[in-house]
Ligand binder design. Structure first.
Ligand SMILES: Nc1ncnc2c1ncn2[C@@H]1O[C@H](COP(=O)(O)OP(=O)(O)OP(=O)(O)O)[C@@H](O)[C@H]1O
Length: 280
């Protein structure tokens, strides 16, 4: 895998000029609780953007608002210039794919089948053709298998194509989730804590994988608690605290922001010591 191990444009201003994703004023309330409060964010083509914040800050809720799992109380999500309807299958068709904090694989299907399921939104064969199993169906199946195998090569799982998903080690299950998400041929991939439960070696490999995904032309928005992972990868990082975006910028901007330090450590520090991966 050949990757470019550097953010696309470190130190950029906190907004993409011609955004692929343009989130404007998204608010999500659950009864009296405002989980996400008036959050705006852009992701440009070829960017890797980080989303960090303490537990319960609203990060996953924000993802759910982007992907149609939740209908935001207020605000809009625009992808490639079109406002997205809050329906997961339409969001996938539009070109946004995601992984979940808690792995959601089909445990009793093979690794290859899991990726083929991810291609469902890009299959052109209708129900009738699938039922009759005509030549079109067989062609489509062969193409689906070939594309799924390419993604397994890309993620390093080709040797396990016939294994049941539930038998993969944890780190490989996370990779498989990413392969399945890529199978829908997204322009934007949302990763929710992709390194949770990984050892340091697996985490470094996951970094390489995210760079390689970006190099395939897929932009990435990633939630992660591992600060080193975030700051190694991301062109910009946004910080959510109690549902609000308190700062967004490059590594230096985020690490030296006193509000970030306060949010993570609970009290302002003397000076502006940078946040490190041990400060989670
Ligand atoms: N469906 C829901 N109904 C009610 N409250 C919810 C719902 N989903 C999330 N919340 C609440 O919204 C707040 C934000 O939760 P969320 O899971 O988005 O945070 P997070 O930043 O992703 O946290 P973590 O880092 O621990 O995963 C929490 O107080 C949570 O309890």
């Amino acid at each position: 895998m050949t990757t470019t191990n550097a953010p696309a444009a470190a130190g950029t201003a906190p907004a993409a000029a011609d955004p692929l994703l343009d989130v404007s004023g998204v608010t999500m309330r659950f009864g009296g609780l405002t989980a996400v409060n008036d959050v705006s964010l852009t992701v440009g083509r070829g960017e890797i953007i980080g989303l960090i914040g303490p537990n319960g800050a609203g990060k996953t809720t924000f993802f759910n608002c982007l992907t149609g799992l939740y209908v935001p109380t207020e605000g809009t999500v625009t992808y490639q210039g079109t406002v997205l309807p809050p329906k997961p299958h339409l969001v996938t068709q539009a070109g946004i794919a995601r992984t979940f904090q808690n792995i959601r694989l089909f445990a009793n299907m093979t690794v290859l089948e899991n990726v083929q399921v991810g291609r469902h939104s890009r299959m052109r064969q209708g129900l009738l053709s699938a039922v009759l199993r005509g030549p079109g169906y067989h062609r489509s199946e062969a193409e689906s298998r070939e594309k799924a195998m390419e993604l397994l090569e890309f993620t390093g799982l080709a040797g396990k194509a016939d294994h049941l998903a539930r038998n993969l080690p944890y780190g490989e299950q996370r990779k498989l989730e990413i392969a399945r998400a890529l199978a829908s041929e997204p322009g934007l991939l949302l990763l929710d804590e992709p390194t949770a439960g990984m050892n340091p070696q697996e985490t470094r490999a996951a970094e390489e994988l995210v760079f390689a995904i970006r190099d395939r032309g897929v932009s990435v928005l990633v939630i992660e608690h591992d600060m080193r992972f975030i700051f190694n990868l991301c062109d910009r990082t946004a910080v959510l605290v109690q549902g609000q975006k308190i700062v967004e910028g490059d590594r230096e901007t985020v690490q030296s922001d006193e509000r970030v330090i306060t949010a993570y450590l609970g009290a302002p520090l003397e000076g502006t010591a940078p946040v490190t991966e041990t400060d989670q």
